[in-house]
Write a protein that binds this ligand. Structure first.
Ligand SMILES: [Zn+2]
Length: 346
């Protein structure tokens, strides 16, 4: 991961700089996906460790601490994340050697297991290598298993000296309240549309307004989508299926989409339902301006109360979506619920 502070996070950076001396030993950074909170947390960790810091500035990028950090080998920094997110191995504590070969063949884990937290005890048990702070970055915090969360809670209750915990999440409501209560909290805002568009323009993104709308205002997600959304074809097929609700098309869609991370179609469904409700109530859409006509015609046929119920149950599905036993069934269920929105009353 790259340490980076986006323009819409400058205010939060200055806020942290001001509170640095009185900063709680653990901070939760929370806010919407696709807005760059992880690279910010990474940049803040680098800043905390920088040995040549200028007042009000981020990490110098030149000192030996910064160089170690950039190489992913800073001895006083640990980043914990699920294997599935870990595309570059940087900054992750060494896995136990004996199961390293096996690890390559099994599917990357989407959780942070208790072992990862246990290894932190060794990390915090020794004096810091550079004589400064020690920083532990965990993201996303909700990926911790219950056992891991409880082990972390114990550490937060008796915080090791000179150690800063940075916990990143897009779902602050999913954290244990006992963990939250021991942390300072910093909310990361969705950037204004104007700021997001300006930034996307600086990245030479075409169709920025459309992509930004499709990604719910999240600029990094829009940039990612502009680089050729790897799943653009699947998404279009899914939206076609939602545009013409029918049983056989729904079953086929569930079949076709089961190979994707199930969170994706669930997110697409959430956005589609949002737009249906929005058209029904206000005649406007947020995510699919290119399908306004279809949404308007569907909204005229649907049962709004059922739609609201469905939106709730889809949000619940999304929360547990990391570990479905049979993704196809989850998708089938969801699509059949969707068909029911348009069923005529008996
Ligand atoms: Zn530095």
């Amino acid at each position: 991961m790259e340490a980076k502070i986006y323009p819409w996070h400058q205010e939060n950076f200055q806020r942290l700089v001001k509170m640095r001396e009185t900063m709680p030993h653990a901070m939760v950074f929370h806010g919407p996906e696709g807005t760059g909170i992880e690279p910010f947390a990474f940049a803040w960790a680098k800043t905390l460790l920088c040995e040549n810091l200028q007042k009000g500035q981020p990490a110098c990028g030149q000192c030996s601490s910064c160089r170690w950090f950039d190489q992913g080998s800073h001895p006083d920094f640990v980043m914990l994340m699920p294997d599935a997110l870990n595309d570059d191995e940087e900054g992750v504590p060494a896995a136990e050697e004996e199961d390293a070969p096996a690890k390559k063949t099994k599917a990357a884990s989407k959780i942070i297991p208790i072992n990862a937290i246990r290894q932190l005890h060794d990390f915090v048990g020794i004096t810091t290598h550079r004589g400064g702070l020690r920083v532990i970055l965990i993201h996303p915090v909700e990926a911790m298993t219950t056992e891991a969360a409880n082990a972390l809670l114990k550490m937060l209750e008796e915080p090791p000296a000179g150690t800063v915990f940075l916990l990143v999440t897009n779902q602050v409501g999913a954290l244990l309240p006992t963990i939250l209560s021991r942390c300072g909290k910093l909310a990361f805002p969705m950037p204004s549309r104007e700021m997001a568009l300006e930034w996307l323009a600086s990245q030479e993104v075409d169709d920025a307004a459309m992509l930004l709308a499709q990604q719910g205002g999240a600029p990094l997600a829009a940039l990612e989508a502009s680089k050729g959304n790897a799943n653009a074809k699947e998404q279009a097929a899914f939206l076609d299926c939602l545009s013409k609700p029918g049983l056989s098309a729904s079953l086929k869609a569930a079949e076709d989409l089961q190979k994707l991370p199930v969170k994706l179609p669930i997110t697409w469904m959430q956005r589609w339902l949002y737009d249906l409700a929005s058209v029904h109530l206000a005649g406007t859409v947020r995510y699919h301006p290119d399908r306004l006509d279809m949404l308007t015609s569907l909204a005229g046929r649907l049962n709004l109360i059922k739609l609201m119920d469905m939106a709730k149950s889809v949000a619940q599905r999304r929360r547990v979506a990391d570990h479905p036993l049979v993704p196809r069934l989850v998708l089938e269920d969801m699509l059949i619920d969707y068909l029911k929105l348009f069923a005529k009353r008996p």
